[in-house]
Design a protein around this ligand. Structure first.
Ligand SMILES: Cc1ncc(COP(=O)(O)O)c(C=O)c1O
Length: 250
């Protein structure tokens, strides 16, 4: 992995031979409890028989349908079922292969939307320090982590700015909730106004931060962010790569 040194890994590599349920087994037969479920991608367990059977059946029917030319019937069924469980009117889907591709696609959507709806100068993307949005260069530009995950890969894309996060346990403004009146959320308006609302395309945040520390914002936070984005015609993108698909229990 690009942000870890291979040298120390190669001295004592962990090489997994198989996985079932919540356990991984290495090439020497040692068993590990997979406490992170992959990194959340195997949250219904490794080697799930229903998943294996569904993949096998589909491989027999059609291996790949190029989206340039057509769509697979199973993709339409999947999209329909997914839009039945997503909230409210969230029923326009673009299916991609991973988190970084998803966040970059969202950024492209936001810019395209503004181009096609009379605000072509909106291109900037605002996100949070400590936020993580992926490892590819666009997603990494939105990522707000310093250190090995980001620093050595710069320079990053132009037009990506960051705000202090709602880390109440170590408040960037040295204030306490609720007397702070959610200053960290209100600073979004300040940033947009001072960057020029005509230049800001999107705000991207994790509803609950993960990689930079588990950051659950105070109750006022997200409504203020929502209101501010609406006020300035800025697309609000929730990066739910970690929190989506029932992983918070909902
Ligand atoms: C919130 C968030 N967004 C995006 C990503 C990037 O996902 P991927 O590693 O699938 O590209 C991650 C990965 O952990 C993530 O935690």
């Amino acid at each position: 992995i690009e942000f870890q040194q291979m040298k120390s890994f190669c001295e004592k590599p962990c090489i997994i031979a198989s996985a079932k349920g919540i356990y991984l087994t290495d090439v020497y037969g040692k068993r590990y409890l997979d406490g992170l479920s992959g990194i959340y991608v195997a949250n219904i367990g490794h080697g799930n028989e229903q998943v294996i059977e569904a993949i096998r059946k589909q491989q027999e029917r059609a291996f790949f349908v190029a989206p340039l030319h057509a769509v697979a019937d199973i993709t339409i069924r999947y999209a329909k079922r997914l839009s039945e469980i997503t909230p409210g009117p969230l029923n326009t889907l673009k299916l991609v292969s991973g988190g970084s591709e998803a966040t970059e696609t969202a950024i492209k959507f936001a810019r395209q939307y503004h181009r096609q709806s009379g605000s072509p100068a909106k291109y900037k993307v605002l996100s949070l320090y400590k936020g993580y949005h992926g490892a590819t260069l666009g997603a990494l530009s939105a990522t707000g982590l310093a250190g090995s995950r980001k620093s050595v890969f710069g320079p990053f894309l132009e037009g990506f700015l960051h705000l202090p996060p709602p880390t109440c346990f170590t408040c960037p403004y040295s204030l306490s909730y609720p007397s702070c009146d959610a200053l960290c959320a209100r600073m979004l308006d300040y940033l947009i106004v001072n960057e020029g609302p005509e230049s800001v395309a999107a705000v991207m945040i994790e509803p609950i931060g993960n990689t930079g520390g588990i950051v659950t914002p105070p109750p006022q936070y997200l409504p203020i962010i929502r209101e501010t984005c609406t006020k300035h015609n800025v697309i609000l993108v929730f990066d739910e790569i970690i929190t989506g698909m029932g992983r918070t229990g909902n």
